[in-house]
Design a protein around this ligand. Structure first.
Ligand SMILES: Cc1cc2nc3c(=O)[nH]c(=O)nc-3n(C[C@H](O)[C@H](O)[C@H](O)COP(=O)(O)OP(=O)(O)OC[C@H]3O[C@@H](n4cnc5c(N)ncnc54)[C@H](O)[C@@H]3O)c2cc1C
Ligand SMILES: *[C@@H]1O[C@H](CO)[C@@H](O)[C@H](O)[C@H]1NC(C)=O
Ligand SMILES: *[C@@H]1O[C@H](CO)[C@@H](O)[C@H](O)[C@H]1NC(C)=O
Ligand SMILES: *[C@@H]1O[C@H](CO)[C@@H](O)[C@H](O)[C@H]1NC(C)=O
Ligand SMILES: *[C@@H]1O[C@H](CO)[C@@H](O)[C@H](O)[C@H]1NC(C)=O
Ligand SMILES: *[C@@H]1O[C@H](CO)[C@@H](O)[C@H](O)[C@H]1NC(C)=O
Ligand SMILES: *[C@@H]1O[C@H](CO)[C@@H](O)[C@H](O)[C@H]1NC(C)=O
Ligand SMILES: *[C@@H]1O[C@H](CO)[C@@H](O)[C@H](O)[C@H]1NC(C)=O
Ligand SMILES: *[C@@H]1O[C@H](CO)[C@@H](O)[C@H](O)[C@H]1NC(C)=O
Ligand SMILES: *[C@@H]1O[C@H](CO)[C@@H](O)[C@H](O)[C@H]1NC(C)=O
Ligand SMILES: *[C@@H]1O[C@H](CO)[C@@H](O)[C@H](O)[C@H]1NC(C)=O
Length: 650
């Protein structure tokens, strides 16, 4: 509080002494309009102790303070004028008259401190003539473009360029224009909670579109949006270990980690390993497991034993749409707590940290193998191949009951479809147990003349097994759309039902689509799962199956639209037809999914929507297919689905 008042005297002088305040603040000043709450408060990370408070705001002159008001504060005449912006039918756009002046942006920049406000320069700018042109840099970017490590450290780059609008990709033609597309206009490189509060209050007051980027992995590009202000959480990396964390609310008394919203899979798996523990997080190396992943549910190599990642959350710290910083757990803000565990990112608030349960480390056996039509010197026939895949599906109930998570693919090759297992993941199983689990299916494959030598390795511990078994996945595909289905358990109840389900998948493969799938049954093995917003379809499945359609790179918008229409209402409909009423995983889904409310949220949707309306009545947070998004649309120039257009009320 003391620090806050004295800083603000300086800020007033500074803001009004010069029309263009300098971007930087002094070393000992992180954020101008912030109070540092006592850091011996064990609830918070240090970056969570730097908060925006009413006292800080009231020390500002009224016209500056009006830009950053909390939504629960009585509005003055100026903020009343500003509030009108939020009721206009579209979020303001850089070409609008009401777009904030440079002076106002500079005020935001100064108040944030720490050089946190970054005006977007697309990552691929060095590939285009202009002030950033640099052939060598462009070549380096091009060679790494499908590597997620490149994009996650950029303030705005997203790994799904299709939804960015494909405006500034790496290219060998520097004469093209590098325009922003769905990249936000500015990003706040967040290093404390006050900056998130300032960003939310500023966006709401000014009527700006607001987005949140963590790593940019989202399949539907939900970390971007044209003309937006972005809150970039990637650098919130703190980790705190609790050997014994007690939550009376859920009756837990055991090890836990409090993790910053920017912590990624490769980081927490290592942290846990060093303490002889595991956490329930994803297979993907670089996914932001404490951001969009866990808020969307989060499937894991441990899901067939422990359920979804969101099932293990003990507490979250969140900045809500009114700008306030709150804790959501089993005892306080319980609706918010329920919604944030499965109801999706970018909807209810900006999460700054998550406390999750941890479990004893475990041994894992992992097996990798493949077989291909035309393989083994042409001895694998198409009929035998598909019989072998169909045989495989019979084992999903018994394998998932044993805790198995199998990551499998059907990919077209020059000789025909290839089945790839990478890996068959057997947590807690010995080599002998794992071989025994696979033996009945392998015997059937051998009888079909499908022979191969699996690479099966036993690891004493989860982390080295995970490192060795899940290769880094390529991102930034420019001509692909993906959808997914959580096929219901009932479809395994009779041979004819499973035949129909299998045929729906086989037909997609034979039409040239890529199948990427998991054996998974995300329920606790000792029964049940916590009451949270995870899509109920997850509790009634043995398989999460994705399919992807390709079009020719650079295809016209008309061809893309037709391909996508055929995909959504043809190939995906075929899958829905054999699984009516089931669902789809919102984190790996088709942005055009019809009736997404039912598919992505199931019977939780009505409650999620009422929580959304209560906590974010002004729709400060928006992402396509997120809860409450049906009232808004992004209007794109070419009619293709992306974030590259104005965001308007329908
Ligand atoms: C290569 C790859 C591997 C994957 N592996 C898995 C896997 O093993 N299991 C699985 O379940 N999924 C997996 N996914 C899907 C992944 O869970 C989703 O893409 C998820 O949305 C990524 O979250 P993020 O925070 O890293 O990404 P972002 O794209 O940055 O964010 C995703 C969404 O969450 C919002 N968001 C991010 N941080 C916050 C925050 N702190 N507060 C509020 N909202 C926030 C964003 O606004 C956006 O809407 C994978 C995806 C890829 C591309
Ligand atoms: C930490 O501070 C917050 C807000 O001031 C308060 O609600 C919480 O009880 C404090 N926690 C501890 C352990 O002091
Ligand atoms: C609010 O808007 C009205 C009409 O545009 C204007 O006359 C008035 O001066 C504004 N008030 C403030 C405090 O800016
Ligand atoms: C880019 O690729 C080069 C070599 O291929 C590698 O050394 C470098 O670390 C990569 N950079 C990133 C950000 O992935
Ligand atoms: C790039 O933008 C400029 C200015 O809008 C325009 O004149 C030019 O035609 C564009 N170039 C290309 C290749 O689209
Ligand atoms: C973002 O801020 C962190 C400090 O929190 C700093 O290390 C990093 O370089 C900044 N990134 C960019 C792109 O400015
Ligand atoms: C394929 O045929 C070649 C040459 O006849 C032989 O050396 C090889 O072992 C065969 N491979 C398989 C998998 O049968
Ligand atoms: C396996 O190969 C043998 C030898 O070519 C052949 O006789 C047999 O019919 C094949 N079996 C099947 C199921 O295709
Ligand atoms: C799959 O199960 C669902 C019930 O969840 C059922 O409605 C559907 O008909 C089944 N599919 C087939 C092909 O029988
Ligand atoms: C599979 O790939 C081959 C070779 O590229 C191609 O000829 C064939 O049409 C593809 N099959 C499908 C179903 O797309
Ligand atoms: C879409 O499907 C229709 C009907 O099957 C087909 O004629 C058409 O070629 C497809 N279009 C594309 C772009 O795949």
């Amino acid at each position: 509080m003391v620090g806050c008042a004295s800083l603000l005297v300086a800020s007033l002088y500074f803001v009004f002494a010069t029309a263009t305040p300098a971007a930087s603040s002094t070393d000992d000043v992180q954020t101008a309009a912030a109070t540092v709450v006592p850091i011996d408060n064990t609830t918070y990370f240090k970056y969570e102790t730097v908060q925006l408070t009413d006292d800080c705001l009231s020390a500002l002159d009224s016209s500056t303070a009006a830009l950053f008001q909390f939504d629960d504060t009585d509005v003055t005449d100026i903020s009343a004028n500003l509030t009108r912006r939020t009721s206009s039918s579209c979020r303001i756009f850089p070409t609008d008259k009401s777009w904030p002046s440079d002076f106002i942006w500079n005020t935001l920049d100064w108040v944030l401190g720490n050089n946190a406000l970054i005006k977007t320069v697309p990552l691929a700018s060095p590939c285009y003539y202009g002030m950033y042109y640099n052939q060598a840099k462009c070549a380096a970017l091009t060679s790494n473009w499908t590597n997620s490590y490149l994009h996650m450290t950029d303030p705005t780059s997203m790994m799904s360029p299709v939804y960015q609008g494909l405006t500034c990709e790496v290219t060998t033609d520097p004469t093209q224009n590098c325009t922003l597309g769905a990249f936000p206009f500015y990003a706040i490189n967040v290093s404390n909670v006050a900056q998130i509060q300032l960003g939310i209050n500023f966006a709401r007051t000014m009527g700006l579109r607001l987005v949140i980027k963590n790593t940019g992995h989202d399949f539907s590009g939900k970390s971007g949006g044209a003309g937006a202000l972005s809150i970039w959480t990637h650098n919130l990396k703190d980790v705190k270990y609790f050997p014994k964390y007690t939550s009376q609310g859920c009756g837990y008394d055991g090890p836990a980690f409090k993790l910053g919203a920017g912590v990624q899979a490769f980081e927490i798996y290592k942290e846990a390993h060093d303490r002889g523990l595991v956490v329930v997080c994803g297979e993907g190396q670089t996914v932001g497991v404490m951001g969009g992943y866990i808020q969307g549910g989060g499937h894991s190599p441990l899901s067939s034993i422990y359920g979804m990642a969101a099932d293990h959350v003990l507490s979250l710290e969140v900045v809500t749409a009114d700008g306030r910083f709150v804790t959501a757990d089993f005892d306080q803000n319980t609706d918010l707590f329920w919604a944030l565990r499965g109801g999706g990112g970018s909807t209810f608030g900006v999460v700054t940290s998550v406390t999750v349960k941890a479990y004893p480390d475990m041994a894992v056996t992992a097996s990798t193998f493949s077989f291909t039509v035309g393989g083994n010197n042409g001895t694998i026939t198409s009929d035998n191949f598909w019989t072998g895949v169909r045989n495989y599906m019979d084992y999903f109930p018994s394998l998932s009951a044993q805790g198995i998570y199998a990551y499998w693919f059907i990919i077209n090759t020059s000789t025909g479809p290839m089945f790839l297992m990478q890996p068959f993941w057997a947590p807690g199983k010995s080599l002998a147990d794992t071989n025994a689990l696979l033996a009945p299916w392998f015997a059937q494959l051998n009888a079909l003349n499908i022979t191969f030598t699996p690479k099966t390795v036993h690891y004493d511990s989860f982390y080295p097994a995970w490192l060795a078994s899940f290769p880094l996945e390529a991102v930034s595909k420019t001509h692909v759309a993906t959808g997914s289905r959580l096929f219901p358990k009932e479809n395994w109840s009779t041979t004819s039902k499973l035949d129909a389900t299998f045929n729906a998948i086989k037909t997609s493969s034979q039409a040239g689509l890529t199948i990427i799938a998991f054996i998974i049954d995300p329920n606790l093995k000792n029964g049940g799962y916590p009451d949270n917003a995870v899509n109920p379809a997850w509790r009634n499945t043995y398989a999460h199956v994705l399919q992807s359609v390709n079009w020719a790179a650079g295809a016209s918008a008309a061809v893309q639209l037709e391909t996508r229409h055929n995909f959504t209402f043809g190939h995906m409909q075929r899958w829905r037809d054999v699984s009516p009423g089931a669902g789809s995983y919102l984190g790996e889904s088709d942005i055009l999914e019809p009736n997404f409310q039912q598919s992505f949220y199931g019977t939780s949707y009505p409650r999620l929507l009422s929580i959304k309306k209560a906590l974010d009545p002004k729709n400060v947070f928006f992402a396509q297919t997120a809860v409450g998004s049906e009232d808004w649309q992004v209007v794109t120039a070419n009619g293709l689905p992306s974030g590259n257009g104005k965001l308007c009320r329908i």
